[in-house]
Design a protein around this ligand. Structure first.
Ligand SMILES: [Zn+2]
Length: 262
């Protein structure tokens, strides 16, 4: 009897813990989920350098250049007006995990001319979706096989999948926009030392869209903070909330459609 009671008590506690963890995760923005998944990563030597938390580069020389504005990085359009992007989802994902990834990939078909499709052996450029350490992607098409990492621990949410795919499609973080100083004030005095580069400005592909606090590419107010003080504040009203997106915003979609002339 005692054993039975103990067992039910443990079961109840486990259920409560699971639903708490679930609801906590449900409330986190994409930016918070990414920060949590990418903190304290132990990365292996064969994984790329990460900048701005989740953008992969292969050499230091890429640090200050946006490949998309300097040499072009978009994926080609087929004669039917669609942009087909081949992908392969690694087998180390469970079927539940694969379905989260597939839902993220397929969401693009509902609002743009982007069509992610399973890769074939004849494909030259393709995305290899793998669970490496953390959530990360290169910016734009690189040529050949290109990894998008969605770690099984922490990256498998609809919004984080969309965020990493937007990088692969050519987009940077909202706070690195060249016009960001008109919309957010960066407080470098609150940024962890060595992380200042995350707040550089680059020539981004804004596509005529206005700065969007609700972009899935906008980091939250406390990103890379060393002292729990904000690292970014909106202008002019510092109390306006931002960086809370859980999925792509209307502006993210508009920008994508403009870049790819959908
Ligand atoms: Zn990112």
């Amino acid at each position: 009897m005692t054993r039975m009671l103990t067992f039910s008590a443990v079961a109840v506690l486990l259920l409560a813990a699971c639903s708490w963890a679930h609801s906590e995760t449900e409330e986190l923005s994409v930016s918070e989920l990414l920060e949590r998944a990418n903190s304290n990563l132990v990365r292996s030597a064969d994984e790329p350098i990460l900048i701005e938390g989740d953008i992969a580069i292969d050499s230091e020389s890429e640090r200050n250049a946006d490949p998309c504005t300097s040499r072009g990085c978009t994926w080609g359009k087929y004669t039917d007006g669609k942009v087909y992007i081949p992908y392969y989802i690694n087998n180390h994902f469970s079927s539940r995990e694969k379905s989260i990834i597939t839902r993220g990939l397929e969401s693009f078909s509902s609002f743009s001319c982007i069509r992610f499709r399973p890769s074939r052996s004849s494909d030259r450029d393709w995305l290899s979706i793998e669970s490496q350490s953390g959530c990360w992607s290169y910016v734009g098409r690189r040529g050949g096989k290109q990894v998008v990492s969605l770690a099984r621990q922490g990256c498998l949410y609809h919004g984080t999948v969309q965020h990493e795919l937007l990088h692969a499609l050519g987009f940077n973080h909202e706070q690195t926009r060249n016009d960001r100083d008109n919309h957010i004030r960066v407080l470098l005095q609150n940024v962890q030392s060595g992380m200042e580069h995350n707040f550089r400005k680059i020539a981004t592909l804004n596509q005529g869209t206005s700065y969007d606090y609700n972009s899935v590419m906008q980091y939250h107010k406390y990103a890379f903070s060393k002292n729990n003080q904000p690292t970014m504040l909106p202008i002019p009203n510092p109390n306006v909330s931002f960086g809370n997106a859980k999925e792509m915003s209307r502006t993210d979609i508009a920008r994508l459609n403009t870049l790819y002339k959908c």
